[in-house]
Every structure is written in structure tokens, then in C-alpha cells.
Design a protein around this ligand. Sequence first.
Ligand code: SF4
Length: 357
Amino acid sequence: MTHAVPGPDAGAPASPSFYGLSRTRLGDRFGELGVPRYRADQVFSWVYQKRQRDASAMSNLPAALRAKIPAVCDLSLPANPKVYATADGMTHKFVLELRDGARVESVSMRTEKRLTLCVSSQVGCALKCSFCATGLMGLKRNLRAEEIVAQVIAMGDHHAWQDERFNIVFMGMGEPLANLDAVCEAVRILHDDRGLNLGARRITVSTSGLVPQIRELAKLNLQVGLAISLHATTDELRDQLVPVNKRWPIAELLDAAREYGHTVGRRTTLEYTLLGGVNDGMADADRLAKFARALPSKVNLIPYNPVPGLPWKRPSPEAVEAFAHRLYPHAPAVTIRDTKGGELWAACGQLGGLSPS
Ligand code: SF4
């Protein structure tokens, strides 16, 4: 017997979620009721800046408007996110249950310098990268803009909004460019200076290689950073690891990334997951350095985080160091991602309903 996956509207309230409305759209809704647009500015400030989510407490709004707000927009958020912390308290995994029962996972990672929030754009993923737990789930559905914004709020609330500056990376579950409209709407909402006022330069969207959508994103001129999940330096290997490569091979992908970087004036990040004995040889490092030099780019090396049931292995620390050293003199900027959250199944490529023990 098969069970239909409920759509995102299952169980939705009559009014749209506030968190999926841009200030312009909220102003439009107020306009339909004869309420001046500037009231939308006030509500945005209340919710995003003063963290007030009870309309009746928005004291500079007329009582009649406060009473109308629930019919205009729904201020509620997914209730009681589950939060798991690593022993050092630096990484947290969040599991949000959405209205239709779908679960979405997000991760916050703290370093000495900053807090980074890794958000999901889909429940599951259709792209089936061969090393990724999310890919094993298949695609359940796209997230809506409000469900993306809600992840940021859940993490901000948990950290009591103590970080004035934090970064957002769309590197959680799903391929963000396969859900471009909702991702861009969420970016606009997060960016609003009456809202969280998160600069586009603090936001990075990661893709496995949807070339037409990279070009579309460039046209939208949102100024967000672009990360390419490269993971291989030959089409032969990338076809196996990242199957979307068969449609848009490496050369086309890097061309699109170069154009994107040129349009928005930002360096592209090349994400490279190191799989022991598979893509961590010196010839791979040489080809990767060549790609990195040809773009304005930085390289982020990610030692693989094992996923139960998948055959890939994490390379030894010595192999990771050797690979990085081979790159250093030839590639413009190289970092090794300090693996976060492996004990929570929260590290890169591990989001997919695996439970912390
Ligand atoms: S790595 Fe990203 S694009 Fe590939 S299957 Fe996993 S979530 Fe999807």
C-alpha cells in the first residue's frame, strides 16, 4: 500500500504565514483592507527586530488593526523544534516539524569568529548524489519561503539572538536552485532592513550544478554568494558522484560559475568532499587547483562524513593534509572544513532523518 505525501498546504490556516510575506506583499494585504502601507513596516519591526509574535502586544498599532492581523497573516511558527547539541556545545542540529508532518533539519555551527546557520531548501532531494544521506530519501517536496525563514528564526531564538552578525548557507537538505523562487523570496525577506536586515553578502547558496538556474540567479542580482559542490575533477568520476553532471558537465558548470562571479562581483566557493581513495589523489589536486585558478574562487575541502549504508570512507588526516598541501601553492585560497556535528548526524551530507543516539 502506498501513502500519498501530503502537500505543504495540508493543515494550513486560512491566512498566509507572515514569514513567507515580503514587506511589500504584507503592505498589499493591508492595502486591501484600507490600512496604510507603513503599518507593514511596523509589523515587520515588531516581529523581526523586537521578536514580538503576539499581535495584541504591538502597542503602537491601533487596537482595531491588532484585532485584524490574524486574518491578514498567521504569526505562528513550527512548535517546539527538537534541538540536539554536540558535547562541545558548538554545533546544534534542529528538527522542525512542519504543518503537514514533514520534517526539516537545519544546523547551527559556532566558531570563535561567527555563527553560521545551515538551512534546508527541500524535504529530501531528487539529485541523488551518491555520498549523501538526503539524496537517499528522494524528494518529498519543496519548502516554502516561510518554512525557510522559520528555520532561521528557530536557530536565532535558540541562540537568543546574541549574535549580531551571522551567516546563512543554503547547504542543508535539498538542492536550493531546484526551489529557486522560494529560496529567493526567503532571501529577500531575510535581507529586508525592517526585518532581520541580513546582508546578501552573508548569504551563500550552494548548488550541485543546475546551470540554467545559476544563470537565472545571476539575473536576479541578489548578490548572494555561490558555492559549487564540485567533488570531482573529471566528468567520468563526477557523473558517478553527482549524477546531475551528466546533464551539465564540469566545463559548462564552471563557465556558469565564472559568469555568476563576474556579475555579482564575488568569488565562487568550490566545495570538494574528500572521499578516501576515490578523489583524493595528487592528480585530482592538480586539476582542482587549475579550476580554482581559472575562476575567482576559494576551495573548501570537506573530509567525508560517513553515512550508514554508503560505501565511501573518510580519508586519513595525513591524506587530507597532503591534498591541501598540494593545492596551497597553486590555488588562490584553500580551507579545510573543520567537520562539525558528525556525532549528531548533522555534518555535511548527513542530513536525512538519521537520529542522534
Ligand atoms: S548533496 Fe545536495 S544536491 Fe546532492 S543529493 Fe545531497 S542534498 Fe541533494
